[in-house]
Write a new protein. Structure first.
Length: 441
């Protein structure tokens, strides 16, 4: 097993011989084998143990075992205690998810504090098979069926090249003890049901079932690489950058593709849109404008002939005050302010400049986003116009509307920033003092 792991580390470029490795050690067979083989290979290791206090005396037994064993290895060791049940209740998540969050957060903290290059976890080939089957039952796409990756960010898995059987044989050969988690024999958890009940049934049909699944996963990974290449090519054609983290996806172009549904899934998956949401997006291809779809961090809006993908914005009616005498602000937009005498005025006819009759203004001025019911008197006109109607006339997209900031004096709009000023505050022959506002790039 030592040689297999050594070759795998080099092949997958998990870490170098000079790197410091933080190793998660529960005391079970897998983690004991992981730490032992890495130490045997000469790597600079630090052992990390989490006590989740979920199994009473058994949890304390595990901690004691790891603490005593690590002493014999003469390597750095750190442990932590978690009130896992309380955390799960507070966060309203499952015990399993709570333990996972607590563990990986602490591992990441220790990695930084100790100057380690990565965090080694004891997943092995059997875990890959179990994950494949679990994802298969959930209706996963190709990415979910490619199993656990050898490297994912700062997490590395040096034992993915060996089976549980190999691990137990290695421990036997080295005379190494380990502790057993009694819950591993229970079938109340999904993974344990696959491990203890379902996989043995498959093996009764095909004794080489696990090896067959591992080979299937290897084939799927090759297909995944090819798919990612093709998706990247399509992304360049279909996802048109329109600013910072904003893209337009032309619907006509999407429809030309052989499989719009699959392509949309691949394009939107990195933005955490669920398969169910993407199915609704596909159904909206021929639907009316205005549909909005949400992921955890992004919004996809159908606006006429395009889908607009953009980061979610914080909800609320945040406003910013501008005190009299202010010469520059940078939040929420970059503006400069200059006070001029009437005789100094030289008008620059660009939308990024606004000229207002200073004496008509009430300070502090206010900047906020537009709200339904807002209206103004467009420069050069006499009658009021709703902003919603103005946006329609100007063919503003849904995204453009959300990005629009207004400058107000009291409760009256004086400038749709970067767009159009209000006629009531225009400079006239009677104006003595002018406020020039410039929208900076």
């Amino acid at each position: 097993m030592k040689e297999l792991v050594s070759q795998f580390i080099k092949q997958e470029r998990l870490f170098s011989p000079k790197d410091k490795i933080a190793v998660g050690v529960s005391g079970g067979a897998d983690s004991v084998a992981l730490l032992a083989v890495l130490c045997e290979l000469g790597y600079d290791c630090i052992a990390l143990h989490c006590n989740f206090h979920l199994r009473g005396e058994e949890s304390m037994r595990d901690e004691h075992f790891v603490t005593q064993w690590v002493k014999t290895l003469n390597i750095p060791y750190r442990k932590v205690d978690f009130e896992t049940e309380a955390y799960a209740s507070e966060q309203k998540i499952s015990i399993e998810m709570a333990a996972r969050e607590l563990r990986y957060r602490w591992f990441a903290e220790q990695k930084e504090e100790l100057g380690a290059s990565c965090i080694a976890i004891a997943h092995h080939a059997d875990d890959v098979v179990e994950t494949f089957l679990i994802n298969l039952t959930r209706g996963s796409g190709i990415h979910g069926l490619t199993g656990i990756k050898p490297k994912n960010g700062e997490i590395v898995r040096p034992l993915l090249c060996v089976s549980r059987k190999d691990i137990l044989q290695y421990l036997k050969e080295k005379g190494l003890q380990h502790v057993e988690d009694s819950t591993n024999q229970e079938t109340i958890y999904v993974r344990n049901k696959f491990r203890n009940t379902i996989i043995p049934l498959f093996e009764s049909i095909n004794p080489s079932f696990k090896e067959s699944v591992v080979q299937t996963i290897a084939n799927l990974r090759n297909a995944e690489e090819f798919l990612e290449e093709k998706t990247e090519e399509s992304q360049k054609k279909i996802m048109i950058p329109k600013g910072e983290e904003v893209w337009h996806l032309p619907i006509a172009q999407l429809k030309k593709e052989k499989n719009p549904k699959f392509l949309l899934y691949e394009l939107l998956r990195p933005f955490k849109f669920t398969p169910a949401t993407i199915k609704n997006v596909v159904n909206a291809l021929d639907g009316p404008s205005g549909k909005t779809f949400q992921s955890a961090d992004y919004t996809l809006q159908k606006d006429r002939e395009v889908f607009i993908l953009s980061p979610k914005e914080d909800e609320g009616t945040e406003q910013f005050d501008i005190q009299e005498g202010t010469t520059e602000i940078r939040v929420p937009v970059h503006l400069t302010f200059e006070t001029l005498k009437a005789e100094e005025l030289q008008i620059e006819k660009e939308k990024r400049f606004c000229y207002l009759d200073y004496d008509q203004l009430t300070f502090p001025l206010i900047i906020r986003k537009w709200e339904m019911g807002d209206y103004f008197v467009p420069f050069g006109m006499k009658g009021k116009k709703k902003l919603s109607d103005y946006f329609v006339d100007k063919q503003f997209s849904l995204y453009q509307k959300k990005q629009t900031w207004l400058l107000l004096s009291g409760e009256q709009i004086v400038w749709i920033i970067g767009e159009r000023s209000d006629n009531r505050y225009r400079v006239t022959s009677k104006t003595k003092k002018i406020l020039k506002i410039s929208l900076m790039a």
